[in-house]
Write a protein that binds this ligand. Structure first.
Ligand code: NAD
Length: 279
């Protein structure tokens, strides 16, 4: 009989993390769930059974993350599946975002996930099993969106280190998957989640328009269902060999195809220059 799998999910108080944790608990998985405010996490999930361990964690604090993982392993004896989900979108052009605004987005989306990976890997490496899902975005595969450069850069970083991680940990029986969601109907584009620039520059018309469209039209009308994303993650976690790259949503599929075509076009069109640099 399979022993009960233990999941660790960051950013579990709302959105995709919240939906996933609810579904995992309904399916009798054990869950270590983290959030910046544990009271709201308990309130939101509403499950106080012994298979649910809510922990207050600031993912940007390495020590906090280490303690939470220690607590999770002490409580359940192991961690099997890790979902680096906590993250937010910082809208704004590269010129208008301050150093602080840009770094804060990297702190949460990139260094937060690295803190989890660094502190959980000793356990996965020792037990010689485990699966890590790092939630990037289709914006971590294609960055050609005015006003989303910093957010996309954080998600490109997630994709880059996940590809390396997959190579590093496969010898220990651990898988690493970069997940590229398209638009999912969560709080992602709502006030309190997405951040807009403190000092916007009106001359960036395309970026201002994109900001308006995202906050006023796309928010609430995203084509993808977080419940189905959670189902896919659970299904993939049962695969013998989970993929390194996982796209979620028809929009993500189309954008990935478009990116592959654009890249291929540039590779071929400029090939003579590319090949001209050898000694
Ligand atoms: P959401 O805003 O509903 O939830 C985000 C979660 O991350 C929340 O639990 C929140 O508390 C946590 N979080 C946000 N900022 C944080 C911070 N500073 N420190 C710690 N935790 C923080 O959005 P979501 O759609 O559920 O997002 C989940 C993940 O999916 C994010 O990494 C996001 O970038 C990614 N994503 C979402 C979409 C989408 O359309 N919803 C698309 C692509 C990628």
């Amino acid at each position: 009989m399979e022993t009960r799998k233990v999941w660790l999910v960051t950013g579990a108080s709302k959105g995709l993390g919240h939906t996933l944790v609810k579904k995992l608990l309904q399916n009798n998985y054990a869950v270590v769930a983290t959030s910046r405010r544990v009271a709201s996490l308990i309130e939101e999930i509403g499950d106080t059974s012994e298979i649910f361990l809510p922990i207050e964690v600031n993912v940007t604090d390495d020590h906090d993350v280490k303690k939470a993982i220690e607590k999770g392993v002490a409580h359940f004896g192991k961690i099997d599946v890790v979902v680096n989900n906590a993250g937010y979108g910082q809208i704004g052009t590269l010129e208008e975002l301050s150093d602080d605004e840009a770094r804060e987005n990297f702190d949460v989306n990139v260094f937060g996930s690295l803190n989890v990976i660094r502190n959980v890997m000793p356990y996965l490496r020792q037990q010689k099993s485990g699966a890590i899902f790092n939630i990037s975005s289709v914006g971590g595969l294609f960055g050609g969106f005015a006003g989303w450069g910093i957010y996309c850069a954080t998600k490109f970083a997630v994709a880059g280190f996940t590809e390396a991680l997959a190579e590093e940990v496969k010898a220990f029986g651990v898988s690493a998957t970069v997940v590229y969601p398209g638009y999912f109907r969560t709080d992602f584009l709502s006030n309190g989640s997405v951040k807009t620039p403190v000092s916007p520059i009106q001359e960036y018309e395309a970026a201002r328009q994109s900001e308006k469209t995202h906050l006023n039209s796309i928010s609430g009308n995203q084509p993808n269902d977080p419940e189905k994303a959670a189902d896919v993650l659970i299904a993939i976690s049962k695969e013998a060999t989970p993929p390194v790259h996982l796209l979620l949503g028809t929009d993500a599929y189309d954008m990935a195809k478009n990116k592959a075509n654009l890249l291929n076009k540039d590779i071929e069109q400029w090939k003579s220059y590319t090949l001209s640099t050898a000694f």
